[in-house]
Design a protein around this ligand. Sequence first.
Ligand code: NAD
Ligand code: MG
Length: 381
Amino acid sequence: MHRYIGILGATGSIGQQALEIIAMHPERFKVGFLTAHKNAELLIQQALQFQPEKVVLTDKKAYETVKETLSAHAIEVLFGEEGLRKAIASSKIDLILVALVGFAGVLPTLYAIQQKKAIALANKEVLVVAGALVKEYLQHYQVPLLPVDSEHSAIYQCLVGEDKATVEKLVLTASGGPFRTFSKEALKKVTVQQALQHPNWQMGAKITVDSATLMNKALEVIEAYWLFDIPAHRIEVVIHPQSIVHSLVYFCDGSIKAQLGLPDMRVPIQYALGMAVRLPNQLPRYVFNGALTFEPPDLERFPSLNYAYEALERGGNYPCILNAANEIAVERFLKEEITFLDIYRLIEYCLNHVPYEQQCDIETLQQTDKETRIIAKQWKT
Ligand code: NAD
Ligand code: MG
């Protein structure tokens, strides 16, 4: 029996790698639907290769291009939020890979859970913003969620067969990004191009900048909190520049388990699409050669982790403010409107100026997200 997979964000870095994995296992996986924002050309290519039942575009012009090009094929071309809902709800779909980026993934993920689809989650911002709601939905609708993020996949794998009560702490590894060895002075002058040169991973622009500021690790601490139900003070971060050890779990008897491998997102993507069943593949293997090193994070040069622990302590809409402020800060940095270190200033400004709400439903979160974006766009250096 094939597992039918829907991919939200098929044209992105994770989406494309997921399709590579699906192509490696034609006996196991079929594509049910693919979605993209506006990359019509790539989505058409993917649709022709994988023959999904449906494709969805959220940009009107891209939608029209795809609709026209695929008119002779038995592929339904849909548009916008309505189209997304129709694709997500389609009865054939077994599992949905959420590979969107940012807040845009929140509503589709909640809807997919409501439709009782298993979730493979790459879009970490969904858990950062709406972790409490997502957990509530997963419990209510009895739906499994598998992490795609490499650190969380590693922890998930380390926890297989273990009693949660025996876990002492989780340790997320971080590469430290391209500026790991830069002084505070040097950080003042780094360029967009430098920030986009990640030493170990090829990823979308937003997460690459997040890796340079260490905001990515901050978001991942919050993600781990919701995924593994562990208090914030028992989630730690260690810098590991080689990105071979993907994360670690300490147990109550002094044992430490880790998951290792080359930095290749196709491995955790395959594990998630396989729903924690190990499938054989021919991907490159890691060969031990040279040192694996570890060092503590420097919170003075890279303050992001402080925001994460503060966000977990405060809860409510605070993580949502943090996420929206960061999304706009990264966007503005990429447009060269603000400098690298301004990213932290902008985030701190928003955390201090957007009204805090303790009780959050989805409407509150949407309101907070909107409000924060406005303030973040107006912020001046
Ligand atoms: P990306 O920018 O390469 O791709 C994003 C995808 O989402 C694209 O298909 C795009 O069309 C779609 N999209 C963007 N904005 C949209 C919107 N407003 N509405 C609908 N669709 C939209 O991003 P990525 O690097 O693949 O990352 C995806 C998610 O996975 C992020 O949350 C990221 O943090 C996480 N992640 C990525 C990697 C990686 O190696 N790339 C690793 C771990 C986690
Ligand atoms: Mg990660």
